[in-house]
Design a protein around this ligand. Structure first.
Ligand code: ADP
Ligand code: MG
Ligand code: ZN
Length: 501
């Protein structure tokens, strides 16, 4: 339960008296198709307990096998974070009981993680950069999910019973742990948010995870402590667990600073504990007193050999690193001449990457942008899905744009073509050919063809004008011939009749 009795210090007072220290722990579910130590699928949203096997259920005799795709992803993350990749690393058992963890221990890494000692240059809103030191990147497996039924909060307190879903048990995770971040001062909440944002964007660009915070694919624990200004010894930290949106990261850090400020100012002591974040109120409340590493009885995982990399693997993976997403974004913003506001809107709408991909597929930036932010955004809203979940690829959008530029179709028909693509009819070119949309779209061109055919057949034109509609067939036929069958005959007929009054 949330304790609503916390005294809070004014934020301005907190930063006038104390220096905040931050530490971020970020868990990321890797987007591998199978789990960390077995072949079970990892897809999100399946029926409970349908993606399980003896290994991820911890049944007797089942043995883990390391997923090499997960190892490669972890190494790429380490490299992108400028880490040292030791020649070998080892898994460790972290022993504790919790119902969502069927083995009674978690296979994780302890003193020999896959990557250590890196840094990330985090861009802030005003364009400045904070270097956040990375302590380590470790591989581990996710736990299952408990569902507490009957209470009002969804937490175990007050629940009548709990259900367990082990689909997530054994999904590959990496945990990224920063070194303590000092010197952020009053900007500490912003730095915390920016740090998670940068990690999210980087991991997305690496394509190792879908980084969807709302699905729990990226989860953040925020450690915060205060020390008197000018002090060098860190204060006692709290660790707010599972802060699941970027805005919440900022809110949680600010709240903890204000709460701890009030505790310290009245001569109290901050307790080292985990805390829950309450999204609705923007507050935190006590969780459990913090265990120490000794409590977990870590020891090297006896069922797995250490992970030793082939000599050239790390260098091969280094060559696959993408340009840092925010540098790439800045480059694109300059190239396309976009204002900060427009750029921010594109990013927030989840449109930027799609637009870039559309441009990469051959479209000009302006139409690429306008398709995604206008018509396709409308479609996504209608269907209540994210833009990137629409059943159309950037390459297909680029193909539609090319058809418009080539004047094969006009903008109105282009929207129909997009609708047909969304309906699963295939590629834009094929749709235009199959449906004969090629010139029908260009009504003016079609009208010109009709006028030409009428002029060439004055007697027939006369008959039609006289009310003999059947006579239109010959004119329609001529126009169809002239357009190599790409026109819509019914539409042509309408135009013929219109032309004859
Ligand atoms: P634990 O397993 O207890 O969570 P970790 O070492 O995994 O410990 O992570 C602790 C995080 O807290 C790291 O990011 C670390 O840099 C940070 N940290 C350590 N001491 C402090 C402190 N006094 N104040 C704020 N953050 C801290
Ligand atoms: Mg930790
Ligand atoms: Zn399994």
């Amino acid at each position: 339960m949330s304790t609503r009795t916390d005294e809070l210090m004014d934020y301005a007072d907190v930063v006038a008296r104390f220096e905040p220290v931050l530490g971020m722990e970020i868990h990321v579910e890797l987007g591998t198709t199978t789990k960390m130590f077995c072949g079970c699928p990892t897809e999100f949203g399946a029926e409970p307990n349908t993606q399980v096997c003896p290994t991820c259920l911890g049944l007797p005799g089942a043995l883990p096998v390391v997923n090499s795709a997960a190892v490669e992803s972890a190494i790429r993350v380490g490299l992108a974070l400028n880490c040292v990749i030791p020649p070998w690393s080892r898994f460790a058992r972290k022993n504790y009981f919790y119902p969502d963890q069927p083995k009674n221990y978690q296979i994780t890494q302890f003193d020999e993680p896959i990557a250590v000692d890196g840094y990330l240059d985090v861009p802030l809103d005003d364009g400045s950069v904070v270097r956040v030191a990375i302590e380590r990147v470790q591989m581990e497996e996710d736990t299952g999910k408990s569902l507490h039924i009957g209470g009002s909060t969804g937490r175990i307190h007050g629940a009548s019973h709990s259900l367990l879903d082990y689909n997530r048990a054994g999904v590959p995770l990496i945990e990224i742990v920063t070194k303590p971040v000092t010197g952020a001062g009053e900007r500490a909440p912003e730095v915390a948010r920016a740090c998670v944002t940068a990690l999210r964007d980087l991991l997305g660009a690496l394509e190792v995870s879908n980084v969807k915070m709302e699905q729990g694919a990226l989860r953040c624990d925020a450690n915060v402590s205060l020390m008197p200004l000018g002090a060098t010894q860190f204060g006692t930290r709290s660790e707010t667990k599972n802060v699941n949106s970027l805005r919440s990261v900022e809110t949680a850090v600010r709240f903890e600073m204000r709460r701890q400020g009030a505790v310290l100012a009245t001569g109290g002591e901050v307790i080292q504990e985990t805390r829950h974040f309450h999204e609705g109120e923007g507050t935190t409340s006590p969780g459990r007193r913090k265990e120490t590493a000794d409590d977990y009885r870590y020891f090297p995982e006896p069922d797995l050999r250490p992970v030793a990399h082939e000599a050239d693997l790390v260098e091969r993976l280094r060559a696959t690193l993408p340009e840092l997403p925010w540098l790439r974004r800045a480059r694109i913003q300059t190239d396309w001449g976009l204002s900060n506001e427009v750029m921010r809107d594109l990013v927030n709408a989840g449109a930027l990457e799609l637009i870039i991909a559309t441009v990469d597929a051959g479209a000009a930036p302006t139409p690429a942008r306008s398709w995604w932010v206008a018509y396709l955004t409308e479609k996504a809203n209608e269907l209540r899905v994210e833009l990137d979940a629409l059943a159309i690829t950037p390459a297909q959008v680029a193909a539609v744009i090319t058809l418009v530029e080539a004047k094969t179709i006009n903008n109105k028909v282009a929207k129909q073509v997009v609708d047909y693509v969304l309906a699963g009819e295939g590629e834009p070119d094929a749709i235009v050919a199959a449906r004969g949309l090629g010139i029908v779209g260009d009504v003016a061109a079609l009208e010109a063809e009709v006028a030409k055919a009428l002029a060439a057949n004055p007697d027939i034109a006369e008959k039609i004008r006289g009310g003999k509609q059947q006579a239109a067939g010959k004119i329609v036929g001529d126009v169809m011939k002239a357009t190599r069958g790409q026109a819509d005959a019914a539409r042509v007929r309408e135009l013929v009749l219109e032309a004859c009054g």
